[in-house]
Ligand binder design. Sequence first.
Ligand code: HEC
Length: 134
Amino acid sequence: MSKSFTHTKLVIIFLCLHCLLSCKQSKNKEVEIQEIKIRIDSLNKSYSTKGEKIFLDSCSSCHRTKRKTDYLLRGILQSLGEPYVKLYITKQDSLIQSKNKLTLAIKEEYGNMGNSHNFKFDDEQLKSITEYLK
Ligand code: HEC
């Protein structure tokens, strides 16, 4: 057997081993990412459950819940953006006083009703509500 043939065989074996090992490593990473995604999902679900409770307590006297077909807040986070929705439900008076164009337009669209959203929610509660609204 020639020397160079043995050498080639060794190189091939090395390459195969390398491929096998790196494939296994990337599989492990995939599994890890999958596990993290599952954890985030279940965390968000628990936020959403808390959010539903808050919604039932604080919002459902005026807004239909997600379970209803005429749930009008569907897609509101996409159309207004999450930070704005958080601001809208906690500081509506300030938004009106500073003549925020979007707030004034929304008020007008609904016939300038006398209500306003100035809820005292902390970050955790706001996260729960927005998770519920998704
Ligand atoms: C007293 C009745 C009332 C309560 C309680 C209430 N809302 Fe509203 N909401 C309204 C009305 C009326 C409007 C229409 C615009 C306005 O007046 O602000 C509105 C508008 C909104 C909008 C903007 C909708 C759009 O189409 O642009 C969001 C978001 C919203 N409410 C979220 C909430 C959340 C979340 C809660 C509970 C934390 C809540 N609201 C509690 C009456 C209420």
